[in-house]
Design a protein around this ligand. Sequence first.
Ligand code: F6P
Length: 343
Amino acid sequence: MRIGILTSGGDCPGLNAVIRSAVLHGIKSFDDELVGIRNGWAGLIDKDYFELPRQVVRGLARTGGTILGTSRTHPYNAEGGGPKNIKRNMEEMALDALIVIGGEGTLAGAQRLYQDGINLVGVPKTIDNDLRGTDYTFGFDTALSIATDAMDRLRTTGESHHRCMVAEVMGRHVGWIALHSGLSAGAHAILIPEFPTPMEQVSEWVTQVHERGRSPLVVVAEGFIPEGHTDPVAEAGVEASGRPRLGGIGEWVTHQIEDLTGIETRNTVLGHIQRGGAPTGYDRVLSTRFGMAAIDLIHRGHYGRMVSLAGTEIVDVDLDQALAGLKEVPQQRYDEAKVLFGR
Ligand code: F6P
């Protein structure tokens, strides 16, 4: 078969490992031809692609980013998009099927295209780990390990100066990165989009920690909405698609803590550092297994499905199932972490 691969949406450590394993498994096990489509859906609309012989993917599992490039181009809304054009382009590129690697937005586009008759399978990707239908997405473990390392460093400088340290991490709609990195670094408060918390409560936790001679660490997810507010802080304006560019909540929380407690406080925004660089061993293995499973799905003709992790097994689910709302941090996971806040 001749199979196209595309990566779409924000990049994520492990994308190259998926591409590598799909290419190797396809060529070695099925004599497939693999084709890389540049810059997500944009490459399919513009027929911008290149062949992927095995030499091209050599050593890729340990590299960050995506050799295919990515974009946030929408397959339906972009000029030249839509199922008719995409089907025609696939015919002209002699593609039998597609492997679409992306997060919620990308997979929603893939699901529509599948319903409109395009042969494709999905691979779940996002550092935010907010996709349903899989226990974990690749990229999350790498982001977690980068954030944990950063917080360990913030703690030593914080302790030296008796300051409160605030760390703003990614997490647009859900707080998995904040929850896990906060737990692993021993944070004294974790603020996530799912649970609006009054700043008076945060200040109480900070004061308690400071009073017992420790330097408080507060982790806040970029999408956290403080109690009494309606929208996340998005100081950098909006993207071309109209989506707000999040960021700025860490600074806001820092000022609030200083005003309410009088404790000197500093803010650090981890930003895109969480998405860059080499994937962890865990993410390399998960991505490698996902890439191979995507090839198997195509050869079984199981289109409209997404590869997924269930416990330690790689399984597959309907794209519908993966797109039925975001996977939020449940109350009991937040309550469990909360036991360690403050005092
Ligand atoms: O969806 C993953 C994510 O990392 C979000 O947490 C974040 O809001 C967004 O991507 C940032 O994307 P961009 O690369 O467009 O700035």
